[in-house]
Design a protein around this ligand. Structure first.
Ligand code: CP
Length: 308
């Protein structure tokens, strides 16, 4: 039963519960009209203390397409956080105004704090460099639609694996399905954190390999998950400038990849995928953004208990 629950970490829901969300998302895609009023009278609060295009707007589009309404802010400077209000107080107040909250915040752990102070379900829309579970729902629904299964894949994850919250959440989520192997492609400075390797990959006997050159292993991959080197997570501008163009996926490299490999990216992209790749049939990152809206529709409907 998902009604009334929070989504803070991708492991908060069982794989069976995730299947319920994906099945509902697929039904919504098939028959959007049937779901266009299920959230009539409900309010979603979107509290974005960090910039966003996809996550905030897809949450808002999701709620509006379900017949509900939205309120919130997209800039923390327009909230009373600037006057020193604690996150706990903000959430206590907003949960009195709304039926469900989606929050993005720069601090790791902030979503958990929010859920502890809320009387309505809280959805983590990204907490610093920690987790981004609704991006993972988006990624999984895209994988399901393109590959039919979450198992038996060789998954390459490339770019900023250290600060990439979408990467941390995706590794956790895919580690629950059998016979997946990870190839982690990053410079030394941006490797996957040790705690994820130890607590998720090693503990569960999941095969993984760490490399620093995409072109050496691209031919092995079923799924390539590209990520941006995130300027906003660096303390040192020089280091960012040195690492920012570590990987550029272009037509030349795509010639080495399997015909049925899929390219995913949470977006925004900067230089890590050349625009020439966009027309390749294996490029799924713009379709992925649309799955993000449908899966958030399903998630909102389930947490509010308005759909079976
Ligand atoms: N993928 C993602 O979280 O994008 P935004 O930062 O635009 O929300």
């Amino acid at each position: 039963m998902l009604k009334g629950r929070n989504l803070i970490d991708p492991m908060d829901f069982s794989t069976k519960e995730l299947d319920e969300i994906f099945n509902l998302a697929e039904n919504i895609i098939e028959n959007p009209e049937k779901y266009s009023k299920v959230c009539d009278g409900k309010l979603l609060a979107t509290l974005f203390f960090e910039p966003s295009t996809r996550t905030r707007l897809s949450f808002e589009a999701a709620m509006l397409r379900l017949g509900g309404r939205v309120l919130g802010f997209s800039d923390s400077n327009s909230s009373s956080a600037t006057k020193g209000e604690s996150l706990a107080d903000t959430i206590t107040v907003v949960s009195g105004y709304s039926d469900i909250i989606a929050m993005r915040h720069p601090k790791e752990g902030s979503a958990r704090v929010a859920s502890m102070n809320s009387s309505v379900p809280v959805i983590n829309a990204g907490d610093g460099g920690h987790q981004h579970p609704t991006q993972t729902l988006t990624d999984l629904l895209t994988i399901k639609s393109k590959k039919r299964s979450f198992s038996n894949h060789i998954i390459g994850i490339c770019g900023d694996l250290k600060f990439g919250r979408t990467v941390h959440s995706l590794v956790k989520a895919l580690s629950r399905y059998p016979n997946n192997k990870f190839i982690l492609i990053s410079p030394e400075e941006l490797k996957l954190p040790e705690y994820i390797k130890k607590e998720i990959l090693i503990k569960n006997n999941i095969e993984f390999l760490e490399v620093d050159r995409l072109e050496d292993i691209i031919d092995k991959l079923d799924i390539l998950y590209m990520t941006r080197v995130q300027k906003e997570r660096f303390f040192n501008e020089e280091e960012y400038l040195r690492l920012k163009d570590s990987y550029v996926l272009n037509e030349e490299k795509m010639k080495l990849a399997k015909e049925d490999m899929i390219i995913l990216h949470p977006l925004p992209r900067v230089n890590e995928i050349s625009v020439e790749v966009d027309k390749d049939k294996r490029a799924c990152y713009f379709q992925q953004t649309k799955y993000g809206m449908y899966v958030r529709m399903a998630l909102i409907a389930k947490l509010l208990g308005v759909c079976e």
